[in-house]
Ligand binder design. Structure first.
Ligand code: ADP
Length: 756
């Protein structure tokens, strides 16, 4: 007898079925031969055959015998009836032996009814299985002979526990057993049906989605082809859909853009709203939303580019190279923002352009001149009619990239009024901690400015709001000496102008004397903007001459300049005049650089009145009062002159805005010269604020002032002692040619001028 242990299946009587021989042999530990008796015995747990113990078996089994053995690896078994099993033993080969006694059924159901109920069960199963790929049992033929066969062979699919299955085997009443089998069978069938329905629904849903996607792709493909054939017919909506798709916008921006696009779809093309929505989408999709790749920086190459574009400016270039190196290491703008301060035409903006070229980045210039409204920087909310983005985002969009070099021009011309403070908005733009989510009101979504390199320019730092100035590192552009200008003219401005006008080097030359005269007699400036204009004019005139007269090559001499430029040389405020009491040469600073100015004083018969002419500002009028008091203190013996005369002070008209305290020492000296009747050397110029105690105090703009002094023919200059450190910023050429004398007190100045 062969005992076959099994788990979680149902073995029932009256079942005929093929089994795999090797499987049965493995389970029973015995070779299966024909005509042998078998007992199927159910275990309580799932165990490997060699781990089984007698206690693992349930006490009721099913007996049968082998009909055929080794039928191509299969054996045919038939079960007969149930048995009570006892005395279970397992030997060391794993073979099980038992005592078995037949356990008869209680036959309380008729054959007819059994058959009937079996047929119902079968047709239910057949119905469910139809149209599916499911197969049951290895030899599925749907030809079960009775309910026991059907249930046994599908028992792996029943939703019953191992123990519940055993309870069926154990049940003596055939009626009850049939009921239990039906219950388990129909329940499992229902569960299976439900699962299949759910699966089908899911599958249908998926199929619908796949189909939808496929159709969409098809439409897109056809639409693209049509668009290509008729680009003129591409609708705005389609174009924007595509642009939004391709732009790489962040999530917030994309949502906003899609919202606007949906509104656009609802608007008619002629509505006012449509235009606004169009402009918005055009703007945001025109921005670069992608992070630009970092181009590796070659510092030597960057230095070469800076040198190629600009002459001189050594200190400025060194500082720029440092900034570039730091940026390369940090991969972002860090530390302070560079602020270039200097007179117009000193190269501030154009060096910004060179920085971009040196870093191989795009360049944009954003002018802040006249900005008075926060909305100029940050944009208008779209609820306004005619709302626009602010200048910053507008500039970024013009650059077409997300990491341009942006030159913010004229930060000193920012104004402030009731409608908000533009400088605080600008502060946010420049702050690396905040500018990665800069939100322009018009765009209404954040944009990352952290890859942008900002550089600012200004003519003066005096009018820049303090918090803004604190974020910046000031780099001074002090202007160029005549020698430097000649070099810039020759090496940069002239070749550029000639190239623009199609004049080749063999057609035109300008003599050194002519170039010097251009600088000295036709321009008066710290920068080279005027010089550039004159050179451009000269080249245009030369072009006409070359074309008309065929005079080639043309050499421009100094004396041809008036004709070619169409103007006479400027008359300079020169210092060639003779010494005259009451007149002293002073130095002034203006936004265009330095200037010399003459302070003239005269007495007229009167009674101590003071008259001031020359459109002086309030500060300068105060300086006059201080100067008067000082002179009265220093020259008590002359005070009656002030009582018997009216004093007239005049600062001759000129382009120079006459305000600021730095003329204090000049005014004092002029009045002293008048009262003492002694003239002061006109080739001596001076600058310095004075205090009532008689000290000479420091002033600003020293390099520009000294440059102007030299240009005007001054030989000696008095400067406040405390300004001596600033001489570092003054070109060596100027320091050599001028005799620069530090002065500490007014009395000292009087002595040096021979007035005491
Ligand atoms: P700023 O911004 O200071 O007013 P720009 O940068 O506009 O001055 O310069 C005016 C012109 O002068 C530009 O054409 C510029 O190329 C030229 N320029 C200024 N400085 C130099 C220099 N050091 N070398 C060559 N060209 C210069």
């Amino acid at each position: 007898m062969i005992v076959i242990p099994f788990y979680d299946l149902l073995a029932l009587p009256e079942v005929t079925c093929y089994f795999q021989a090797d499987q049965l042999e493995k389970l029973s530990g015995k070779k299966i031969t024909a005509e042998e008796d078998v007992i199927f015995l159910m275990t309580r747990e799932q165990k490997e055959p060699d781990e089984l113990t007698p206690e693992d078996f349930y006490p009721v089994g099913v007996a049968g015998h082998v009909e055929e053995a080794d039928h191509d690896g299969w054996v045919l078994l038939t079960t007969t009836g149930r048995v009570n099993v006892s005395d279970i033993e397992i030997d060391d080969k794993g073979q099980i032996s038992v005592e078995a006694v037949l356990r008869p059924d209680v036959e309380d159901i008729s054959e007819e009814e059994k058959k009937d109920r079996f047929e119902k069960m079968r047709s239910a199963l057949v119905q469910v299985l139809q149209g599916t790929q499911l197969t049951i049992g290895s030899n599925l033929s749907l030809k079960w002979n009775n309910m026991n066969e059907l249930v046994s062979l599908t028992s792996g699919l029943l939703h019953l526990t191992n123990e519940e299955k055993y309870r069926i085997i154990e049940e003596d009443s055939q009626m009850k057993r049939t009921g239990m089998m039906e219950k388990a069978f129909y329940e499992s069938l229902e569960i299976y049906k439900l699962q299949r329905e759910a699966q089908n629904a899911q599958q249908k849903n998926n199929e619908k989605l796949y189909r939808e996607d496929a159709i969409k792709k098809q439409i897109q493909f056809l639409q693209d082809q049509l668009d290509e054939m008729h680009p003129e017919n591409v609708t705005d909506i389609r174009r924007f859909e595509k642009k939004i798709e391709e732009s790489g916008m962040n999530e917030t921006a994309r949502k906003e853009a899609e919202k606007v696009l949906n509104r656009m779809k609802q608007e008619g093309q002629d509505s006012h709203e449509y235009g606004m929505l169009y402009d918005y989408l055009d703007f945001v999709t025109g921005l670069s939303w992608k992070k630009e790749k970092n181009v590796p920086i070659d510092l030597d190459e960057a230095e070469r580019v800076l040198d190629e574009d600009h002459f001189g400016l050594k200190k400025v270039k060194d500082r720029i190279l440092q900034q570039i190196a730091v940026m390369d290491l940090n991969k972002r703008q860090s530390g302070s923002i560079l602020l270039f301060v200097g007179a117009p035409g000193t190269g501030k903006t154009s060096i910004g352009q060179s920085i971009a070229r040196a870093m191989r980045r795009k360049y944009v210039r954003i002018s802040l001149g006249g900005v008075r409204d926060e909305a100029d920087i940050r944009g208008h909310r779209r609820t306004y009619i005619g709302a626009m983005p602010g200048r910053i985002m507008d500039g970024i969009r013009r650059s077409g990239v997300s990491n341009p070099v942006v030159v913010l021009d004229e930060v000193d011309k920012l104004m402030r009024d009731y409608s908000g403070d533009p400088s605080s908005a600008l502060l946010e733009v420049l702050d690396p901690e905040q500018n990665n989510t800069f939100t322009d009101h018009y765009m209404n979504v954040p944009y990352d400015l952290s890859d942008v390199l900002f550089v600012c320019t200004a003519n003066t730092q005096d009018t820049i709001p303090e918090p803004l100035l604190n974020r910046m590192e000031v780099i001074r552009f002090t202007g160029y000496t005549a020698l430097e200008k000649a070099q810039i003219g020759r090496k940069h401005l002239l070749p550029k102008a000639m190239k623009e006008m199609g004049i080749t080097p063999d057609m035109l030359t300008i003599t050194d004397a002519a170039m010097d005269s251009l600088i000295a007699d036709y321009t008066a400036e710290a920068g080279v903007r005027g010089l550039k204009k004159q050179i451009d004019t000269l080249c245009r005139a030369a072009a006409v001459k070359i074309v008309r007269e065929g005079s080639m090559p043309l050499e421009v001499e100094k004396d041809q300049l008036p004709k070619l430029l169409g103007r006479r040389p400027m008359r300079h405020d020169s210092v060639k005049e003779k010494k005259r009491p009451g007149i002293v040469t002073g130095l002034a600073w203006t936004q265009a650089g330095g200037e010399i100015l003459f302070i003239e004083t005269a007495f007229t018969k009167g009674s101590g009145n003071l008259q001031i002419t020359g459109q002086l500002g309030d500060v300068m009028k105060e300086s006059v009062q201080i100067a008067l008091t000082l002179v009265k203190q220093l020259y008590p013996e002359h005070t009656e002159q002030f009582e018997q005369n009216d004093l007239h002070i005049h600062v001759p008209e000129g382009a120079v805005p006459k305000d600021g305290p730095s003329a204090g020492i000049t005014l004092t000296t002029a009045i002293a010269s008048l009262v003492t009747g002694k003239g002061v050397d006109p080739e001596l110029a001076m600058t310095g604020e004075v205090s009532l105690r008689g000290d000479v105090m420091p002033i600003g703009g020293l390099p520009e002032k000294l440059m102007a002094a030299l240009r005007a023919g001054v030989r000696r200059v008095f400067i406040p002692e405390e300004n001596m450190d600033d001489l570092e910023d003054v070109a060596a050429e100027i320091r050599e040619k001028l005799e620069i004398i530090p002065v500490h007190t007014v009395a000292d100045v009087m002595a040096r001028c021979g007035l005491k």
